[in-house]
Design a protein around this ligand. Structure first.
Ligand code: PEP
Length: 255
């Protein structure tokens, strides 16, 4: 039986999209659908929209998050934002190590690890992203990549520190490409990730940690992905900017 700690979680990643007015509109749409959701719902919005979306979500059970943070609390880090600033602005979660940040902005397992420490210390729920590129998959390196990212990202924390951590398996070849991992591929990778969590911190940590799938999740494929025993939710980019996200929030499974 799935651990009650693994309540399904549906997260929208709005990336670098939307004006404040558009963010308010989309926030209202999500808030309006929250009552019919099949799990917890969160939106990770651009920094500029945090304050206005916070007001829209006030009194609802939709959680608010950001898409990145720095590991320091404050200081001379032009252009960066700290966990304390995010929490002060109303965030409860933060995405760490998204593949776009790894690929385009030089994020490494080491920076992921430092950011994770900052998020945990600052009381934000971290969503740590891992996933292989197409070249790595084709070269049969998927498991090695996931193992390295998990070990490097989670290094140095006790299981109790990591009780809030959420892992997102996001195969890079499926992000924004319209190519989704099949439910069997997702399940296989999630099971592998769970085995790595068990290797690091034992059975109860592994069984109680949520692992989300991300990569071209749509209103059409969410049900079959969520049917997999080790898929505990979804991290959704493109489809989270549309009405389709309401259908994703209300996924239905046979399990
Ligand atoms: C993402 O940005 O995390 C993502 C999974 O994007 P998309 O759903 O558009 O593939």
């Amino acid at each position: 039986m799935t651990s009650p700690l693994r309540r399904p979680l549906l997260v929208g990643n709005w990336k670098m999209n939307l004006t404040m007015v558009q963010s308010i509109e989309l926030g209202k749409l999500v808030a309006g659908g929250a009552g019919a959701a099949s799990g917890e719902v969160a939106v990770c919005v651009p920094f500029t929209a945090i304050a206005v979306v916070r007001e829209v979500l006030r009194g609802t059970n939709v959680r608010l998050g950001a898409q990145n943070c720095h590991w320091e609390v404050s200081g001379a880090y032009t252009g960066e934002i700290s966990v304390d600033q995010l929490r002060d602005a109303g965030c409860q979660m933060v995405i760490i190590g998204h593949s776009e940040r790894r690929k385009l902005f030089g994020e490494t397992d080491e920076s992921v690890n430092r950011k994770l420490g900052a998020a945990l210390k600052g009381g934000l729920t971290p969503i740590v992203c891992v996933g292989e590129t197409l070249e790595e998959r084709e070269a049969q390196k998927t498991w090695r990549v996931l193992e390295t990212q998990i070990e490097g990202g989670l290094k140095g924390f006790a299981p109790a520190d990591l009780s809030k951590v959420v892992i997102a398996y996001e195969p890079v070849w499926a992000i924004g490409t319209g190519k989704t991992a099949s439910p069997a591929q997702a399940q296989e990778a999630h099971l592998f990730i769970r085995s790595q969590l068990k290797k690091i911190h034992g059975e109860s940590f592994s069984a109680g940690t949520r692992i989300l799938y991300g990569g071209s999740v749509t209103a059409e494929n969410v049900d079959s992905l969520m049917d997999s025993a080790d898929v505990d939710g979804a991290l959704v980019g493109g489809a989270s900017l549309k009405k389709d996200f309401l259908r994703i929030m209300g996924f239905q499974t046979a399990r």
